[in-house]
Design a protein around this ligand. Sequence first.
Ligand SMILES: Nc1ncnc2c1ncn2[C@@H]1O[C@H](COP(=O)(O)OP(=O)(O)OP(=O)(O)O)[C@@H](O)[C@H]1O
Length: 416
Amino acid sequence: MSTTTPPSNTRAGGTDAPGNPDVSGVDLELVDVLKRYPGQKKPAVDGLSLHIPAGEIVMFVGPSGCGKTTSLKMINRLIEPTSGTISIGGEDVRGRNVDQLRRHVGYVIQGGSLFPHLTVAQNISVVPRLLKWDSRRTSERVDELLELVSLDPAKYRDRYPRELSGGQQQRVGVARGLAADPPVILMDEPFGAVDPITRQRLQDELLSIQEELRKTIVCVTHDIDEAVKLGDRILILQEGAQIAQYDTPEAILAAPANAFVEDFVGAGSTLKQLSLSRVSDVELVHPTTATVGERVAEVRARAEANGDQAVVVLDERRRPVDWMWLRELAAADTVRPVRDDVLTLDRRATLNDALDMMLTSTHGAAIVTGRRDEYLGVVNFTAVTGHIQATEQQLAEGRAADATAGRDDAWEGGGA
Ligand SMILES: Nc1ncnc2c1ncn2[C@@H]1O[C@H](COP(=O)(O)OP(=O)(O)OP(=O)(O)O)[C@@H](O)[C@H]1O
């Protein structure tokens, strides 16, 4: 039986040939994979065939009990298939020693599932230790990974999981999954246990990490918006892990394959398109900025000249640290931030995320950052609604063009 290969991908640079040096992931192939649990009449996974291209994120979604987790866990043999073949980088997983296989396939689950009696550094070093890395290499790797998941190594290395927030535990879980630089990472509901804002940040971080590392990532989620945001492709499964559709998020939203998919994703409405559009797709505005330590009188003059009531305060590395109203600045001669928890959006965040954040912000807009948290500008409602209108117009024009083409086809067909 041939495996399902989706059409070429638009987001992850699908033009990359295998072996592209930027891609550290490898291909995954499932051929006619079946899993029947003892005592069950119907197989949980009934003949799943699937090709997952190297360096891409594929999201598994589908109703509860359809076989997502079973399919995922068969890839690293946490569950053994009843029949069928799974290969990683062209190599049949059954030919590999199970321990060795699991050390080369990262695995991240909900909540991070850290060992409570080990420190953050020890948790991240579990696989490097099994691989017998020396202590210097291991500790350098731990610090590198903590930086990658935005945790200050000096502050967090020696903490215990109970001394971390849910989002921080999840970050350490991701770092642990990446520790030995595996080409494939499996994730099962990785961000299911954290609040919406933290989840959005973790998703943005994953996209940023993936931009750099280009692993092959397979991720199970219940959240279709998460699938649309993170996935280069989405696999929508029905009971028995039957493929309802396997395609890019854009293609699935534009043309659901059947009524099941349509129900599952919710009709491809304009609002869903907000999960496809990134903050980097809209034009940012540029309110007055100030640098910590700058003279307030100068900042105030600039803001008044621009007609701004508030200024975005940046640190010496141009990272936003506060968004202060002019009246708050008046308390001192030089600019001093009054909060330490300014909310920012990564440029990869979706417009859905942006709307969520704007609704909770007293400024009715959101600060956008790029590489290394550097300030880029601000996204506001006008930019988002402008984008929705433009998208709606494009969709309407597309539908009108399709209808015209349909009539032309019918005409040609009729004349033949
Ligand atoms: N160890 C097991 N023994 C027997 N049946 C099992 C076992 N694990 C899972 N199943 C059954 O296999 C089917 C698929 O389960 P699986 O956990 O893969 O689904 P899922 O899509 O990941 O579900 P959810 O979204 O609820 O986590 C379900 O009907 C489930 O009850």
